[in-house]
Structures are given as structure tokens and as C-alpha cells.
Design a protein around this ligand. Structure first.
Ligand SMILES: *Cc1c(COP(=O)(O)O)cnc(C)c1O
Length: 401
């Protein structure tokens, strides 16, 4: 107690504002107000407008893709990507079991099924060696396409998810996809701005999908985008996301379409955010390096590794807790940090353990469940202060004491 007040340096509360230290919140300190005001002043508030075009063009340029289609969220972008990739009812899509649920849900929207791949223990991304063994040993090429012998379903797409700001090993993945005639959809929701062997993550697959949800590196409130170099696919994506409008005057729709377009107001937010992406990436890297330097001395904490091929944006800094060595489990540490006003989160429950996906094919999953038990993501917001990060580190070092 100091002057009758609880000492807050270990409590994680910002002493000035009494605010919680959040996991990942948006940073809106650029031209957001100005651009949104421009939308209101001009009356361009809905699903077409100059900011939508600008946001698409600038994002496409940034990720070195020819075409971009803005969508209402990342999940709708993935749903659209799967449809234009030719995934049909009862087809299969290979994806990691360790990811946010969006790609698996989007697959089920079509009536298709995920095949859940393991992740590697080192970088926690889709395990390409296992993917190769699966394709070689478990699948057969037929006139209808590549058949999963276990489920008898046709495999159409590989959907790597670049998790936590890092990247999947794309070169061998793309070689496998080409060899087996599969389309590749990259989920770049968590790794916008990351590099793979110097190339932009999101520039390598047939289609890439982004999310601009509030917890992502840049946000439009809610939003997403589909990117591709293929003009036929791009045209089809635009068609499906605008209610499959064939004749807008006579209201002729020859297919089932979706109302998936991003509004001009949201795109305005996106254009403003895009102006700060590089800065945000720099700050995330600094946050990660501070955690790394300080937490490597804490017994029982395994730090995230960066693969030689990857330049991560460190979207969420995630550590693994060995309960025996550290003295408490990841979930106990979560509770302990929570009581100090610090928000942390486990990774996603592996998708093959979830009720809607329990009948999906799970291939040789040995790493994901252990990782799920041990992993904990720490506060990684761009606007986190040095002092706040110090509070997080102190709370971890002191094991809540
Ligand atoms: C956030 C996220 C998405 C998309 O989520 P939306 O909330 O629909 O924008 C997709 N995949 C991953 C891995 C994500 O983290």
C-alpha cells in the first residue's frame, strides 16, 4: 500500500487509467476520422464507393496480387474462395487442426469436409512432411480427381493457415499442390505483412484471404478480403459476393449469390489503417523481442521460434508453459494474469475435438493437443506501453506471487 492505494505495478492495471492490459486491441490513431467523415459528407456509405476501390487496390499492391475483392469479414472471404476454387458438397479441404474455426466453418457452409492435418512442434504451422505422407500414402488419383481412400471423398483444396503472424513453409506445400492438382487457399488473417523467404505472405497461393476483424493487425471493425492473380476467379468472386447479379436493372440472378461486400465506411477505416501497417509490424516485432529477451530466463517457459524461411509479424506472442517446471499450468497462469488485470488466451481448441467436426478425417495428429494444453498468448497490442509490458513480464516472472 502506498498512500492508501494498492500498488499496481504487479496488478497489470495501468496506474493512470485503471485499464486492463488487453490481448490485442485496435490502434486507431491515424486518418480514420477524416476518411469516415469524408464518407458521411459525400454520402458514399454503402457497399460501393471510392474507399472500397482504394482499399482493394492498395491491399492488392501491398500483397503483390492483381485482384482484390473486399468482403464483410474474413470468414466470408474464405467461403467465397472455397466456392470459386470449385469445392462442392462432400468434397474435402486439407487444413490444420490448430487454427481459428473460420476455415472449417466456411468449408461446412458448402457441405464439404475438412481433413485435419497436424502442425509441427517447432513453429506450430501445418506439418508439410505429414501432408506429403498423407497425399502419397492415403490418396489415389482417379478420373474424378484425388480421392481420400479413407473417406472416399474428393480432395479439392489445401488451405494452409499462417498462424500467429508466422508463415507456413509454402514452397514444398505449393510443389505438392501442383503435383496432385490441388488448389491452394492461404489464410493470411493473422499474418498480414509477414514475409516468406522475402516474399509477401498471401502472394503465393492461388487465392489468399485476409481478415480485418478488431483483433487483427489492421482492422475495419469487421471485414475481409480475397486476393488472386487469376482474373476469371476474381470476376467470379465479385459476382458471388454481390448476390450473383446478372442483370442489375431487371434483377436477374442466375445463381445463388451472397451479400458479402464491405461498406465504403469500413473500407475508409481500412485505408487509414493500411497507412500504418508497416509501423504496426515494427511495434509488434519490438514487443516480441522484449518478451524474448526477458522470458528466456524463466524456467518452464518455451518461447515461440521463428523459422529460417519466415519473417513473422508476431501478431500474438504465444508461449508454452511446462507445468512441472514452471509450477503452474497455462490455464492457472491465465487465471493468475486475469486477477492482475492482464488478458491472456490459450490457442484455439483443436478443431477435430469440436462436436461439428468430430466426424471429419483427422490425420496423424500428435502435436496439436499438447500444444493446446500448454500454449498461452500474451498481450500483444500495438498500443501496449513499455510499462504495461513490464507488468506482464513481472507477473509471469513472479508466478503470481
Ligand atoms: C480472424 C481469422 C479469420 C477470419 O475471421 P473473421 O472474424 O471472419 O474476419 C480467419 N482465419 C483465421 C485463422 C483467423 O484468425
Amino acid at each position: 500500500m502506498v498512500n492508501g492505494k494498492c500498488v499496481t505495478h504487479l496488478l497489470g492495471m495501468d496506474a493512470m487509467t485503471n485499464k486492463l492490459i488487453p490481448l490485442s486491441i485496435p490502434h486507431l490513431a491515424g486518418k480514420e476520422w477524416a476518411y469516415i467523415k469524408d464518407c458521411l459528407d459525400s454520402g458514399w456509405v454503402s457497399s460501393v464507393g471510392p474507399y472500397v476501390d482504394r482499399f482493394e487496390q492498395e491491399t492488392a499492391k501491398l500483397l503483390e496480387r492483381k485482384h482484390a475483392i473486399a468482403c464483410v469479414n474474413g470468414t466470408s472471404a474464405i467461403h467465397t474462395a472455397l466456392m470459386i476454387a470449385g469445392v462442392n458438397n462432400n468434397d474435402e479441404v486439407i487444413m490444420p487442426s490448430l487454427t481459428f474455426i473460420a476455415p472449417a466453418n466456411a468449408t461446412r457452409y458448402i457441405g464439404a469436409w475438412p481433413v485435419f492435418m497436424d502442425v509441427d512442434d517447432k513453429y506450430w504451422q501445418m506439418d508439410i512432411d505429414k501432408l506429403k505422407t498423407f497425399l502419397e500414402k492415403e490418396c489415389t488419383y482417379t478420373a474424378k480427381g484425388l480421392i481420400n481412400r479413407r473417406t472416399k471423398r474428393i480432395i479439392k483444396v489445401i488451405l494452409p493457415v499462417h498462424i500467429l503472424g508466422h508463415s507456413v513453409d509454402m514452397d514444398p506445400l505449393m510443389r505438392l499442390a501442383r503435383k496432385y492438382g490441388l488448389m491452394v487457399i492461404e489464410d493470411v488473417a493473422e499474418s498480414m505483412g509477414a514475409l516468406y523467404k522475402g516474399k509477401k505472405v498471401g502472394s503465393m497461393a492461388d487465392i489468399a484471404c485476409l481478415s480485418f476483424n478488431g483483433n487483427k493487425i489492421i482492422t475495419t471493425g469487421g471485414g475481409g478480403m480475397l486476393l488472386t492473380n487469376n482474373s476469371v476467379l476474381a470476376k467470379r468472386a465479385k459476382y458471388l459476393t454481390t448476390q450473383a447479379k446478372d442483370n442489375p436493372i431487371e434483377y436477374i440472378h442466375n445463381e445463388i449469390g451472397y451479400n458479402y461486400r464491405l461498406s465504403n465506411i469500413q473500407a475508409a477505416l481500412g485505408v487509414a489503417q493500411l497507412e500504418h501497417l508497416n509501423k504496426f509490424v515494427g511495434i509488434k516485432k519490438t514487443i516480441a523481442s522484449v518478451y524474448e529477451v526477458r522470458l528466456k530466463y524463466v524456467d518452464g517457459i518455451r518461447l515461440p521460434q521463428q523459422a529460417p524461411w519466415s519473417e513473422s509479424i508476431w501478431w500474438l506472442y504465444t508461449v508454452c508453459i511446462d507445468p512441472k517446471k514452471y509450477g503452474m499450468s497455462s490455464r492457472q497462469l491465465l487465471q493468475c494474469l486475469e486477477s492482475h488485470g492482464i488478458q491472456s488466451r490459450p490457442l484455439w481448441c483443436p478443431l477435430h475435438l469440436l462436436i461439428p467436426f468430430k466426424n471429419a478425417h483427422q490425420y496423424a495428429l500428435t502435436v496439436v493437443e499438447q500444444l493446446y494444453k500448454q500454449a498461452l498468448s500474451l498481450p500483444s497490442s500495438v498500443q501496449m506501453t513499455k510499462k504495461q509490458q513490464e507488468q506482464v513480464i513481472k507477473a509471469i516472472e513472479s508466478r503470481g506471487k
